[in-house]
Design a protein around this ligand. Structure first.
Ligand code: ITT
Length: 181
């Protein structure tokens, strides 16, 4: 069985393969699905997966949607994380957060899998603390997100994957997929 993972990020595909190696192969595909406006990542991912499966067909399609949710900012930037990263940048988000006493935040990923049986969603999250940017690794908001004293940008890929929101969602998806195979 081949799962088509709709993403522009080769690193995410490699990460997915490591969770699914015993149950399915994973292919990277590009498809510009509609990102609906919603404050719920699951709704956004499920809509995208349904649309991508209708277009691409095959054994099944996987779409992910992720974001950084800052507690003191009522969950901002959340589903708008990519837009906010492009506009005010991670420095801008850190500036907003640094004015607050509560620095807690979490990353959340929702993966949506669509095939002829319909669509299912799988959640993963990791909690941490926002700090001034540190580290050269990772991507996106990794330099301002600390977990056990280290930012995700200071960790190796293996260390980050072991605790990552996407990893947790992938593990849940892989269990579900294996059970139904
Ligand atoms: P796709 O091609 O896979 O859709 P994307 O980067 O557009 O990639 P995501 O939904 O994964 O879509 O990410 C949304 C935003 O959250 C974007 O600004 C990312 O940089 C950021 N983000 C997601 N996962 C992250 C992580 O593990 N560490 C830091 N930032 C992350």
């Amino acid at each position: 069985m081949a799962i088509q993972f709709v993403t522009g990020n080769e690193g995410k595909v490699r990460e997915a393969r490591s969770y699914l190696e015993d149950v399915a192969s994973v292919e990277q595909v590009s498809y510009d699905y509609t990102e609906i406006q919603s404050d719920d990542l699951a709704e956004i991912a499920a809509y995208g997966a349904r649309e991508a499966y209708a277009e691409l067909g095959g054994d099944g399609v996987l779409v992910g949607d992720a974001g950084l949710f800052v507690e003191a900012l009522e969950g901002f930037p959340g589903p708008y994380s990519a837009y906010v990263e492009e506009t005010i940048g991670i420095e801008g988000v850190w500036q907003l957060a640094s004015e607050r006493e509560n620095r807690r935040a979490y990353f959340r990923t929702v993966l949506a899998f669509a095939d002829e049986g319909g669509v299912e969603t799988f959640d993963g999250s990791v909690g941490g603390t926002l700090v001034a940017p540190r580290g050269e690794g990772g991507f996106g908001y990794d330099p301002i997100f600390a977990y056990n004293g280290q930012t995700l940008a200071e960790m190796s890929t293996e260390e980050k994957n072991a605790i990552s929101h996407r990893g947790r969602a992938l593990a849940t998806f892989a269990d579900w997929y294996a059970d139904r195979a």
